[in-house]
Design a protein. Structure first.
Length: 658
């Protein structure tokens, strides 16, 4: 090696020597880098701790050693999970003299009974990582084990053992393991377990294994209308029961859902599925492996998609529908309520948080199991099979039509004059240095002012008529028939739902500009609901904004200021206009503002302020947003009524009087 490689090297190694190398022992790596083990320290990670402990109890149930689990949330953010399984071994571990096996499992990474497959044929826990990680990230953990008619207990704090295992005495009528823990505020801050989230987790586990009974309890102060203080979950029908509850009274393409299961004795595995196709539904999917949710799907999902698609193509060929060869998996899956659960040995996941299954054999197992059953489902009742095939082929025809329209649109996109645009749209020329913007404006009056106030090169105006359709509670047919929504979709040019493509969006920003009052807020909410449901990629991409028009005009002599709301008005009067005689004018709407005022306060990029509307990146957080939108904007008015009752005391009296 040539010496000139080192000519410019520093003369000294500084303070970098053997003492600089830090060796983390025990569970300290977990506390230093929790994201490596549970994906972060947010709400999702916090609830991941609960899932890990519950998964261990579920593994005992699936293995046939337990049939009852208790999940109890107490005040002080303390969670207890108990089962009547075999109980963690408490005798001295042969490789760790002086330590109980319980202590080794709780305080040592990669210790457990899930590596060799001798203790568990299939398991959902983190193979010796899960419970030790929970212990590491909890300020206090207590484990009680009832085994051989004796009760034992040991306590820990932040991964450290607080004392030797204790023998508490005889327990002739008790067996199993009880883990109670309090997440460490040093790691998670003031985040608290959400009762509704834990309640849903416990219920879903009961659906996933028909032989288990799960008892839910929570402190009275944590109970609510949606979360009872105490209840019991047991579902003999498994996923079929879950699907029936989710479908409710909705009409489906086929009167009977496609449900079933199959065991694989040689692989010691099992597949269970439940699928239905409700009318006028966006559908939903739920994927599980060894009772663990895999929200991003994976190889088991691929197996199901392949089985359903191949079976429907074959059925189409059998019934003389030659076009069925063009059916895709998306045609089959779209709009379906789909649940799939697999139990396999040694599952492989994409990450420590197990969001996506990557085990290659899962695809083969699922496809082979489901294909035969689905073939029989279609052919055993030909009318049922033809109804489903017809529904899927309608989606196929819509997809092919949209594809053709997109191809035509791409060919004409270079010439804006050739694009078909709504008559109410006052478009911009797209010339100049600034990014293009579409202002969605409430009413023709405000639209008129906005047209005069705009920059013709970069700002387009689309007036809408009052309160648009609430898409969260409307059928797909009603949405398609709505003129305001049709005009908006046409103006944006990016498609909706699964066909929404931000690359095709005709503007760099979409700005909702409504009156600064309650009615304006309602219209803005309806529009945000539209974008969330129909054009979610546009929201995720950061293209959607809320304008901030003023509510008040404050005049003092030749000086004029504008205030967005009451708080802003008070701030201006206390600072900028303090001690001066102020004349206050209140705008009843955008239409009351002359074009100059509207341009200065709301539309000029140099002087305005905007609020960007975005969606969280985390899957669980996005799901929470969807639940909130469904609750407040969906078809069930009781949810909105309850929300109003629960938050009525938060409303300012002055706002009501106004």
């Amino acid at each position: 090696m040539s010496d000139d490689l080192f000519e410019n090297a520093p003369a000294s190694s500084g303070d970098y020597d053997s003492s600089s190398i830090e060796v983390l022992e025990g569970l300290e790596p977990v506390r230093r880098r929790p994201g490596m083990y549970i994906g972060g320290t947010d709400d999702r990670a916090l609830h991941h701790l609960a899932a890990e402990v519950l998964d261990n109890s579920m593994d005992e149930a699936v293995a046939g050693h337990a049939n009852r689990i208790e999940v109890r949330l107490d005040e002080g953010n303390r969670l207890l999970i108990s089962d009547n399984g075999r109980g963690i071994p408490v005798d001295e571990h042969p490789k760790f003299p002086g330590k109980s096996t319980l202590e080794v499992i709780l305080s040592t990474l990669h210790s457990g009974g899930k590596f060799s497959g001798k203790a568990y044929a299939t398991s959902g826990g983190l193979h010796g990582v899960g419970v030790s990680v929970v212990n590491a990230l909890s300020s206090h953990t207590r484990v009680e084990v009832a085994r051989d008619k004796q009760l034992f207990a040991q306590e820990f704090s932040r991964g450290q053992t607080l004392g030797k295992i204790e023998k508490l005495g005889a327990a002739p009528n008790r067996r199993g393991t009880t883990v109670s823990f309090t997440p460490d505020t040093e790691i998670f801050g003031d985040r608290q377990f959400k009762p509704a989230r834990l309640f849903k987790l416990a219920r879903s586990k009961a659906y996933l294994f028909a032989g288990v009974e799960i008892r839910w309890k929570c402190a009275p102060s944590l109970a609510s209308e949606d979360v009872p203080e105490e209840t019991t979950f047991k579902f003999p029908g498994g996923l079929a029961d879950h699907l029936a509850e989710q479908i409710g009274e909705r009409e489906c393409v086929t009167a009977e859902a496609f449900t079933g299961s199959q065991d694989f004795p040689e692989e010691k595995g099992r597949v269970e599925w439940a699928v239905a196709w409700p009318l006028y539904s966006d559908g939903s999917t739920s994927w599980y492996c060894n009772t663990v949710p895999t929200p991003d799907g994976g190889t088991h999902e691929q197996g199901l998609r392949a089985a359903l698609t191949k079976a429907l193509r074959a059925f189409g060929e059998l019934t003389g529908q030659k076009k069925s060869k063009d059916i895709t998996a998306d045609d089959v899956m779209t709009g379906g309520e789909i649940m799939l659960s697999v139990f396999i040995r040694d599952p492989q996941f994409q990450s420590q948080t197990k969001d996506r299954l990557t085990s290659s054999e899962a695809s083969r197992l699922v496809e082979n199991a489901v294909r035969d059953h689905f073939d029989h489902f279609l052919t055993a009742n030909m009318e049922r099979g033809k109804a489903l095939l017809g529904s899927v082929m309608e989606r196929m025809d819509e997809r092919l039509k949209r594809k053709q329209e997109r191809e035509i649109k791409r060919k004409t996109a270079t010439n804006a004059k050739k694009l078909r645009l709504p008559g109410k749209l006052t478009d911009c020329s797209g010339e100049g240095d600034r990014e293009t913007e579409l202002f969605i404006v409430e009413g023709d009056s405000a639209g008129g002012s906005a047209k005069q106030a705009r920059d013709r090169k970069s700002q387009a105006i689309l007036p809408i008529r009052g309160k648009i359709l609430n898409v969260a509670s409307a059928t797909a047919d009603k949405i398609r028939a709505n003129q305001e929504i049709a005009d908006l979709s046409l103006a944006l040019g990016c498609g909706t739902r699964k066909d929404c493509d931000p690359e095709q969006l005709r503007y760099d920003r979409i700005i909702i500009m409504t009156d600064a009052d309650v009615d304006g807020a309602h219209i803005a909410t309806l529009l945000m609901t539209f974008f969330f449901q129909e054009m979610a990629p546009i929201v995720r991409g950061g293209y959607l904004y809320l304008a901030q028009p003023p509510l008040y005009k404050l005049s003092s002599g030749k000086e004029t200021r504008y205030a967005r709301d009451d708080d802003h008005r008070a701030e201006l009067e206390e600072t900028v206009l303090k001690g001066k005689k102020v004349e206050v004018g209140r705008f009843k709407g955008l239409g009351e503002m002359n074009p100059g005022q509207l341009r200065e306060t709301t539309m000029n990029p140099e002087t305005r302020s905007l609020i960007r509307i975005t969606l969280p990146e985390q899957h669980e957080q996005r799901f929470a947003v969807k639940e909130l939108v469904d609750r407040l904007m969906g078809r069930n008015p009781e949810h909105r009524f309850n929300f109003i009752q629960n938050h009525a005391s938060d409303v300012d009296r002055d706002m009501i009087d106004a």
